[in-house]
Design a protein around this ligand. Sequence first.
Ligand code: ATP
Length: 618
Amino acid sequence: MKFADLTDLFERISTTTKRLEIRALLAEHLKGVSEQDMAPMVYLLQGQLRPEYEGVELGVADSLARKALASASGASEEKVRAEASRSGDLGTTAEALLRSQGKAGGGAPLALLDVYRELKEIAQASGEGSQETKIDRLSKLLLKASPTEAKYLVRFTLGKLRLGVKEMTVLDALAVVYGGEEPRKARTVIEGAFNVTSDLGEVASTLARTGDLEALARLRAKVGKPIRPMLGEREASLKDVLERMEGRAALEYKYDGLRLQAHIPSAEGAPVRLFSRRLEDVSAQFPEIVRELPGALTVRPAIVEGECVPVDPTTGELRPFQEISRRRGRKYDLERFEEEVPVRFFVFDVLLAGEEQVLSLPYPERRERLERIVKLGDRVQLATREVVDQVPEAERFFQQALTDGCEGVMAKSLAEGSSYRAGARGFWWIKYKREYTHELADTLDAVVVGAFWGRGKRAGRYGALLVSVYDAQEETFPTLCKVGTGFDDATLESLTKQLRDKQVESRPEEVLSTLTPDVWIRPTLVLELRGAELTLSPIHRAALGRVREGYGLALHFPRFTGRVREDKGAEQASTTEEVVRLYQTQVRRAAEETSSEGTELKDTPPQRPAEPPPKGPF
Ligand code: ATP
């Protein structure tokens, strides 16, 4: 396959923002892709070289790409710089320069695989002389490219492929190509395989090789490849939790720390890897867990999941979550932090034990397996749990969890179908946290999409932020509220600095907003917010039309809790689905409170009665 086939596709995609059209264009394109081209194609489509969890960074510095372009086009570096600052995109400048100077694209067409290999070499060059190597390789590649190809090559190498295709759209397109008469069913199977491997390239090339959806069912969880985490729903009371779980559930402590998925290989001395909730490799940050895990398990290879929590080394008591953030992202002084912020790993699930794919077993069997394979030690412990079938028992366990420094409980279904649902949020797990009277039952994680400059003593920094939730269906970020409370001056200062290079001139396409902030910000940073309630809003776009035509939902009296969700990417922020569900819970609660007071609804709330969420895990 030619590299130009990919860039032609990008050109066509750039003429539309409609997801269905993009999917159709993509499906048409993927039909013709061979097995060997498929994985590179799928990575490049997303502006990547490897699955995201491998952390292979394509990006080279702007200055380096400018040098390569100057050398390939024959223009001076000053000219390249001036043109790029005019166009705002070095890719566009590359295309224009090469076109006007008639320099490029003379020879044989570039093959997709060759370009892919070359981009990998450029990305991986390191050490002494690597900058020159990168410039040299990139400029040679640009010399062979057509102007349009050059545009994308430059964007790839800068890590700024503006129109990378979202993974959900690639999954949709694969379902169209390989789903025959039943693309919906195929979509579920394909997404299932992706959730277990986290590698779209592997999923797509398996399909290209076999043409058979069944082959995906044979893709296995493997040590070294993170599994997308199973997620829980919420309920407003322990009574509701037990009802939902058909009267009986396991309650586990809900530890307030950092979720880690630990991969322990079978070979002695092979490295243990720890992945965060967003599948980043964070092994280097917790050397003591890495050291202790192999000895703490009786079976290998293994994949276990748990929460890493700061503890007081003398009393063993749990410490506030915030302390752990001092260790995140750290490259130096790790030993000092190992001592200053000691952590303990509370394991709550097992997904692979020896050769057995435990994730398809029901939860009670997984837990039993977990208890059998974990040898308790100083750093590795089992999550405390109890099986309950009465509300008072559940209440007592919940209170005990709070007393022991946890933020609540996770209820886990004991039903036959309670397998580990990678990447899915459902009622097989229900989180229940401490209730805050007169407040929304839970926090929301919102993405910053814009900012308003502060006044008075906040002048020169952001005074308030515009934040959104994620609409996973539409792949958009509709706004939820404007928030200016809960930030101290130092935090605002540091957020202003941190977000400076995420500022963009106009509203990012995926952000839906009727408000225009002073600056728009590319959605990346996730903040935890608390608020009084969710209300219908003619201004905010979250869940637009879901409760009432023409209205979105907004968070009323929002405030920042002080927690930046570094473990979440924009697409792991709270979703419109969650907001709708929280809204429904709130309406139901208000109705229950009113009826228990024996009065009529004082003010008819401005909404249609909400449908209660479906019963029974699904
Ligand atoms: P979610 O993970 O549902 O998107 P979140 O990341 O905001 O939400 P919470 O609302 O705090 O997290 O609840 C789920 C998280 O609770 C899990 O992702 C995990 O990190 C943590 N957790 C703590 N203890 C347990 C446990 N025993 N079982 C499962 N998860 C637990």
